[in-house]
Design a protein around this ligand. Structure first.
Ligand code: GN1
Ligand code: MG
Length: 369
């Protein structure tokens, strides 16, 4: 969208300062995000975002969830005496109607947040920053265990593996883009392991596994770091909703502990980085061991396998459907992503025993401190 249109959208929000530039920001695959630069020193910068309403169909519920969660996080941080709270939790700007979003005449939904200065996103972590990331996502879940109201699911059954398998089966049946013949091998592999990968939904039905408020999109690039490489703030809160806790644990390691990017077409680069796994797990358990159940802990290695498996299923489904969900940069982008995630899944499975023994060791350390 052109800058003058973006500027006219912005005029519906209560922002101060003279806007001097509006430029694309970040690598999100769903929403469109812009950095709104204002005259230096006189006022803060902003982030303008167009919410993908085809995917987030109930924007009222979505923004309500985010308002509840950010207010709760803010209260918690205040209670802990944290000083730079505005850099640690997202802050939304009200529209001229007093809402945290604006619905334009063409049907678009927009929102504006304060830009957090001197903050950076990264596409990869080091073992040092992974420890901090584990603490940050663990603390995020920990602070949200007592959110004062029941939150809705912004995308119903978002991390439900049974649903993802049904969506794949549907795509295979319709073969809308005529691409099925290229991917039969991947479909067969996913179907082979589907039962095992759907065990969480079964355990939930049996009342053995709880749902808690999770972030549900803990990609490395969904957190902000300061110039020293310390985590400042968890961002991209659209998918915050009730889910299995290992949504956050497994999804982080899916990007953080892959030796390469999720769309690297060279599969020889793909692999599970145990050093990142270890430090992220250490930080995560430090923040969460006091409230996780034994079953949730036992399922952590399963979660590490589940997320590349689920993401492979989702990318592949989108490829078979003709690329209607994820933004793509070239024709076979979703196929490359799917193959990459399948390779990661297979490699993760080789590390099950090592993961199990490390988790026991890490828990021992938490209990002795
Ligand atoms: C999407 O927009 P982004 O890049 O933060 C997706 C995640 C996927 C991810 C794959 C709402 O997240 O679930 O894991 O792409 N978000 C939604 O890179 O579908
Ligand atoms: Mg994102």
């Amino acid at each position: 969208m052109g800058k003058s249109n973006l500027a006219s959208i912005l005029s519906h929000f209560q922002i101060e300062g003279q806007v001097i530039d509006i430029k694309p920001l970040g690598n999100g695959l769903i929403n469109d995000t812009y950095h709104v630069v204002t005259q230096a020193d006189t006022s803060p910068d902003f982030v303008l975002q167009r919410i993908n309403n085809a995917i987030f169909q109930d924007v009222d519920l979505l923004q309500h969830n985010i308002e509840v969660v950010t207010a709760h996080l803010r209260r918690k941080l205040e209670g802990m005496g944290v000083e730079d709270i505005d850099r640690r939790v997202l802050q939304f700007v009200k529209s001229d109607e007093g809402k945290t979003y604006y619905h334009d005449q063409d049907g678009g939904y927009w929102r504006v947040m304060m830009f957090i200065p001197d903050s950076f996103t990264h596409e990869a972590v080091t073992p040092e920053s992974a420890l901090d990331a584990g603490r940050a996502f663990g603390n995020f879940e920990c602070m949200l265990v007592d959110v004062p109201e029941q939150l809705g699911e912004t995308i119903p059954d978002f991390h439900n593996m049974e649903l993802r398998m049904r969506q794949l089966a549907e795509a295979v049946k319709d073969d809308k883009a005529g691409r099925l013949h290229q991917v039969q091998d991947i479909v067969a592999m996913l179907e082979r392991d589907a039962n095992e990968m759907c065990q969480a939904e079964q355990l939930y039905r049996e009342g053995k596994l709880p749902k808690r408020i999770c972030h549900c999109d803990t990609k490395v690039n969904n957190m902000l770091f300061d110039s020293e490489g310390q985590v400042l703030c968890v961002i991209d809160l659209d998918t915050v909703m009730p889910s299995f806790i290992f949504s956050d644990y497994g999804d982080f390691l899916r990007t953080g502990a892959n030796f390469t990017a999720e769309d690297d077409p060279d599969l020889s680069h793909v692999g599970f980085n145990e050093a990142i796994f270890k430090s992220f797990t250490m930080g995560y358990l430090e923040a969460t061991h006091s409230f996780l159940t034994p079953l949730e802990i036992k399922l952590l290695p399963f979660a590490v396998a589940l997320f590349p498996f689920m993401q492979c299923t989702r990318f592949l489904t989108d490829y078979i459907n003709g690329d209607t969900y994820y933004k793509i940069k070239y024709d076979t982008h979703n196929l490359d992503r799917a193959r990459n995630q399948l390779a990661l899944y297979h490699d993760v499975r080789k590390h099950y025993a090592a993961m199990e023994s490390f988790i026991l060791e890490a828990l021992g350390e938490q209990h002795s401190t």
